[in-house]
Design a protein around this ligand. Structure first.
Ligand code: 2HG
Ligand code: ZN
Length: 478
């Protein structure tokens, strides 16, 4: 009997594209190279890889049908939300230098974009919850909550593009973690589609629900390796309209930590504590054409925000008086516009760094007691491993989370990344605080996870996605 000829990669891709078109409509299967290009490169420009096509389903049922079609063709799927991730977790792997002999095995993945899963439910006031599609941007979720006098408590600079699904998949942190926790703390339940098209749904909003494994929480931080999140039920909190922001100039990271300690103990409603340094401030000022926020220059800047239903500013002023800071070391804002002006110096770091070049981003947490030592050690290390490069440090000091940004080494030179992450591990820190592991750090996951933890994680992955078709190369090395 004659062997059935293996379909060529092109004819198999065309057949899959046709099948996907019948599911989502012609306009939502994108295979034109120019259109695909925007999906194939991450926000930083450091990670890129080809996909065979982009598919944009609108409903969970469409996602299920898309996943079933990809499963029957043995095709890998990469999931992308707002493409604001910083570790390459939402873009395909680079093409292998040697294509495999099996055309199907080396076929580029399908890229599933969640942006059309953008339905927003009504705010459930009695429960202070809302159900939203995975493609809803953080900004739209925040606006929906605010229209009901409530607040969605996670906030971050990429609010207008970052999607709820992507934020759940990466357990995004942001600016208010010290008060409200990260994305994980907001998720009551999720709806998701497994690699074979099976739908699992937990959107009833029950806060108490002790009926075995919490599958929704398992998907939080799973970086698209276990399922496609299609919708989520999240908690909302009471509005805290009275807000005060202080920017404090200091001489060292150690004095910033002391000042933060005093604010934590004495001020009401602390909800953000951020740090940046003079070199980052200069970069932001140059990039955004801003003046100096204080009348003197300082090596270190601490930004704190307190908010409440009752004005917290007196309690913060008292702490600042006790700290006995020089007059030229503080700027305070009690109105929204003034607060936004001070926040801009911190929030615009990411874009200012990218304007200089393609950054190596190392998002790390240290025990609070070792942050100051880490700051000096990482400066020395970068000077040795990547002399002449630009190091910009900033982050969420209240969570022990520093963003180490280095511009200079070529994007694919990983010596510096490895050295910084090894330093973090040697100081009992975590190699990812809030951005995730993605493709950027998968080879170093063992620095933060023990062999037994890794074995359990791999067992979960093989149980839920046995053929390893979801986000291959993300979180675990292939
Ligand atoms: C932030 O805190 C984000 O602004 C981005 O997490 C950090 O650009 C970065 O490294
Ligand atoms: Zn951050």
């Amino acid at each position: 009997m004659a062997a059935t000829p293996t379909p060529s990669r092109d004819s198999a891709a065309a057949a899959l594209a046709d099948r996907l078109r019948t599911i989502v409509g012609d306009a939502n299967v994108l295979d034109d190279p120019d259109t695909k290009a925007a999906f194939e490169t991450d926000w930083t420009g450091r990670f890129r890889g080809p996909c065979s096509l982009v598919v944009r389903p609108r409903t969970t049922a469409e996602v299920a049908a898309v996943m079933a079609a990809c499963a029957s063709e043995g095709r890998s799927v990469v999931i992308q939300g707002g493409n604001t991730g910083l570790v390459g977790g939402g873009v395909p792997a680079p093409s292998p230098p040697e294509p495999s002999a099996d055309p199907q095995a080396s076929a580029p993945p399908v890229l599933l974009s969640t942006v059309r899963l953008d339905q927003i439910g009504d705010v459930d006031r009695a429960a202070s919850q809302i159900t939203v599609g995975a493609g809803v941007s953080l900004g739209r979720l925040q606006a929906a909550a605010e229209a009901s006098g409530l607040v969605f408590p996670v906030d971050l600079a990429a609010r207008d593009s970052a999607t709820v699904g992507g934020m759940i998949a990466t357990n995004a942190g942001g600016l208010h973690v010290l008060r409200y926790g990260s994305m994980r703390a907001q998720v009551i339940g999720v709806e998701a589609v497994l690699a074979d098209g099976t739908v699992v749904s937990r959107l009833s909003g029950l806060v108490k629900d002790n009926t075995g494994y919490d599958l929704s929480q398992l998907l939080v931080g799973s970086e698209g390796t276990l399922a496609v999140i299609t919708a989520a039920r999240v908690r909302l909190v009471a509005a805290v309209p009275e807000r005060v922001v202080a920017l404090i100039g200091l001489r060292s990271t150690a004095s910033a930590l002391d000042a933060l300690d005093a604010v934590r103990r004495g001020a009401e409603g602390l909800q953000a504590a951020e740090i940046f340094y003079r070199e980052g401030l200069d970069l932001v000022r140059h990039h955004a054409h801003l003046g100096d926020p204080l009348t003197a220059e300082w090596p270190v800047y601490l930004l704190v925000e307190c908010a409440g239903r009752v004005d917290p500013s007196d309690s913060l002023f008292e702490v600042l008086v006790q700290l006995d800071l020089p007059d030229d070391a503080t700027a305070i804002a009690t109105d929204g516009a003034g607060a936004d002006r001070l926040w801009a110096y911190r929030e615009r770091h990411t874009e200012a760094v990218s304007a200089v070049g393609i950054p190596h981003k190392l998002d790390v947490t240290l025990p609070q007691s070792r942050l100051a030592d880490f700051e000096s050690a990482v400066r020395e290390l970068v000077g040795t491993v990547a002399p002449g490069s630009t190091l910009i440090l900033f982050g969420h000091i209240g969570d022990g989370n520093l963003h180490v940004n280095v511009v200079g080494p070529p994007p694919d030179d990983e010596r510096l990344d490895e050295a910084v992450l090894a330093l973090v591990a040697s100081m009992d820190g975590s190699i990812s605080a809030e951005h995730g592991i993605g493709r950027a750090k998968s080879q170093w996951l063992h620095l933060s996870r023990s062999p037994s933890e890794l074995a359990v994680m791999r067992a979960v992955k093989s149980a839920v996605d046995p053929t390893g078709r979801l986000n291959p190369g993300v979180l675990f090395e292939t």
